[in-house]
Design a protein around this ligand. Sequence first.
Ligand code: ADP
Ligand code: MG
Length: 258
Amino acid sequence: MTEVISIANQKGGVGKTTTAVNLSAALALEGKKVLLIDADPQANATTSLGFHRDTYEYNIYHVMLGTKELNEIILDSEIENLKVAPSNIGLVGIEKEFYKNTKERELVLKRKIDPIKKDYDYIIIDSPPALGPITINTLSASNSVLIPIQCEFFALEGLAQLLNTIKLIKQTINKSLHIRGFLPTMYSSQNNLSKQVFADLAQHFETKLFKVDSDSYVVIPRNIKLAESPSFGKPIMLYDAAATGTKAYTNLAKAIAG
Ligand code: ADP
Ligand code: MG
């Protein structure tokens, strides 16, 4: 059974793209067939894997517009089992198109994913930092949502709004949608605030944290290698196999793939 997981949080800079890219790569290196769909007009996931505007012609905008199928835009990555559906800044235009006369506009992405779903074990979708029409589409197309939480000040601010949106989508468009888990990101052990955010998460959502084993959780450390690897067009595992970020995202992939 293919699992479609959206990486979502309407806050920017919390580690969504870093998680989408490195979780996808880690799952692929575990032998899973993975498609990473970049649904953010900023196209950071696309560039993080070494694709630039002039290396692909069509992107997720054309798919959501209805002029291309996913199979016509998918690119091969450096990792054999990992394919990428790229994005481009042009995707910002989709919201305007949706308001013209798109029927069931919240299901546009799901309808494009359904025919190719069987080709993959996991489809990971990177979402934009907003709760607008694109994120409604990514959540409507997914079995579950993974929520990165930055271990910094204001970490849980806005979370109620996100959880409400997820609940609403579950009640109306996508009954099977559930929260796959909360992922603490940019954790630094020397920082008391990090510890506090983690403690808050564990208190409210203990069962929704990913586990390494029976007594430890998956926590993504603040790791400079994770910030550097996108500029080399590589996921962390290919950039620095010994980095703490490599270990952490590999643990996340193992927690998800079982
Ligand atoms: P989002 O997609 O939620 O906006 P990003 O994944 O782009 O967030 O991360 C925001 C910035 O923080 C990026 O520059 C990224 O490289 C950096 N970053 C993300 N996770 C980490 C981490 N664990 N350690 C260090 N830097 C990180
Ligand atoms: Mg992003």
